[in-house]
Design a binder for this molecule. Structure first.
Ligand code: FE2
Length: 204
């Protein structure tokens, strides 16, 4: 049984950066529906005993194309939003520490450069999708983006450690068409301590 994470903060705790109604709708409606449908479709496909990472990395094992796509879309919707909502804090660490801090400086030059690359990836993703910071198989870091609810597992890109949702449902109630303003706000509540922990887990 795949379950939504319990939000580690109140629905209004990310105000004014991410508003209460958006969190309530995004987590309580969109994410909830993805999760319920993923459970249903994973069971139908006979893969519900596997982890979400295993399922999303091995979609070709599901022969029926319509069912495979349903597992991909809803499994991505389940998994991506668990990552998304888990990484925020009303009192976030403003910068990474330890191994991730060193790796970001080595790869991108600075945290600001990385944030600029993520913002570009997120603003130039046409339509609905996600921008990601990924640890590739060789241990290097990469900024990338995917369409719809695809993610680094379904696209065989590596292990995601930061998930930036740019579907309109993530920002439209407060920011309307201003996706770049939402992205700036995203970084105000992103807890780099949690991203750093994800990195440590990915490279251990
Ligand atoms: Fe979303």
């Amino acid at each position: 049984m795949f379950e939504q994470i319990t939000l580690p903060y109140a629905t209004d705790a990310l105000e004014p950066h991410i508003d209460k109604l958006t969190v309530e709708t995004h987590y309580g409606k969109h994410h909830k529906t993805y999760t319920a449908t993923f459970n249903e479709k994973a069971t139908e496909a006979g893969v519900a005993d596997k982890t979400a990472e295993e399922i999303l990395s091995n979609l070709e094992s599901i022969e029926d194309v319509a069912l495979r796509n349903a597992v991909k879309n809803n499994g991505g919707g389940y998994y991506n939003h668990n990552m998304y909502f888990e990484q925020f804090s009303p009192s976030p660490a403003a910068a990474p520490t330890g191994a991730l801090e060193a790796k970001i400086n080595e790869t991108f030059g600075s945290l600001d450069e990385l944030k600029a690359k993520l913002k570009t990836a997120a603003t130039t993703r046409f339509g609905s999708g996600w921008a990601w910071l990924v640890v590739k198989e060789d241990g290097s870091l990469e900024v990338t983006s995917t369409a719809n609810q695809d993610n680094p597992y379904t696209e065989h890109m590596g292990v995601p450690i930061l998930a930036l949702d740019v579907w309109e449902h993530a920002y439209y109630l407060k920011y309307m068409n201003l996706r770049p303003s939402y992205i700036d706000a995203f970084f105000n509540v992103l807890d780099w301590a949690k991203v750093s922990a994800k990195y440590d887990e990915a490279v251990k």
